[in-house]
Design a binder for this molecule. Sequence first.
Ligand code: NAD
Length: 429
Amino acid sequence: MAVVEVVNEAPKQGMLKNVMQEFDAACDFIHLNPNIKRILSVPNNELIIHFPVRMDNGEIEIFKGYRVQHNNALGPYKGGLRYHPTIDIDSVKALAMWMTWKTSLAGLPYGGAKGGIQMDPKKYSNSELERITRRFAFALGDNIGPEHDIPAPDVNTNAQTMAWIADTYMSTKAPAERSKNMHVVTGKPVGSGGLEGRDRATGYGVFLTIRCWAENKKLDLKGRTFIVQGFGNVGYWASHFLQQVGAKLVAVQDAFGTIANVNGLEVESLLDYTTSHDGSIVGFPGSEVVANDDFFGLNCDIFIPAALGNQITEARARQIKAFLIAEGANGPTTFESEKILNERGIDIIPDILCNSGGVIGSYFEWLQNRNGELWDLDEVMTKIEKKITEVFKKVYETSQIKNIDLRLAAYVIAIERIEKAYIQRGIFP
Ligand code: NAD
């Protein structure tokens, strides 16, 4: 497919405002120590790199890459790398901050970071993408590291991207040091130090949190309808697991367009279709095309945003028919929109809980590499299920006890854990 149309020009500005508003609300609620609030309000390190890469036609192009390390009070920085035209320093800062809350909430020994390259990867050949990635990894140098800052896949990056980064990073080390640096990134291919099941970990986590929510509401997921924005790693796998328990995917929107079928879109056939159509869902047999603006108001029980941030604006919040929003994406709901959704009685499983299966899977991969172990798929899926279920329970109970929504409850748990670490350790000097 030649034409690449961006469906929703993802509002990049505002993600930082959004995460700060969420953070402020949580700080007010728990009366966070103002000194600790000051520390957590800004990232520890912000890195912007311009690096040259030779294109297939022999010309040199300069790329802009980012890595923001927000906080490492609980352990090494951790967070994905995104390749997207809308990436800028503020959006990366916001995404890094969400990672700090996410890893803390999940009880992992990590801090938060995020990064990426400002570009549209669809415009480059595979060999160009390899050179861009390797040159970016080289430019990052020892600003990343297996015990310091550990990137992972995010939008438009995948296991192949991680394999290139691991190989480049390891190649810069002395021969005897190379293998012990394999856990510099997670989300690698299974044959190259990757974890069985890491590919599905985020979507599985999204599904598990929906299942936990439904169990608490005594609601059967069989026959329930859902719509998904973004049919990439997270959107596909979440749909896969929901379909397995009898829920029905009735509409999908991606970067190319919107399709629907009230009788259901078969998830595996749709995946097959996208792999042979440059990643696009448009034209899937048996589906009807829906105007992009009408997507949010479609009839359904569950809505899974699994694309970019700030997609649920105030106007869209008023249109949504679902009774549950499960945030596969990071920061899909704006602060103001959330008030509207709350007033309308629509529940939200917040991103830092809903999509935390990814970083939990990454943690297992990191442990596996560090300890020289190999775990099988069943073991990984069982461990993810146990972890996510525990975290969901904690968030749900906190929300009930304190009479607050799930997002605020998740923030309270996440921030209190970091606050405790600062209080125990003090501030140097
Ligand atoms: P991906 O690149 O695999 O897929 C992204 C999907 O979003 C694609 O289907 C794409 O067509 C669609 N999309 C892009 N721009 C769009 C637009 N403007 N309008 C509608 N659809 C659009 O990415 P992913 O890894 O699935 O990540 C999706 C979201 O989940 C992101 O917000 C990411 O930060 C979050 N997330 C990912 C992981 C992970 O492990 N991959 C973990 C946690 C959170």
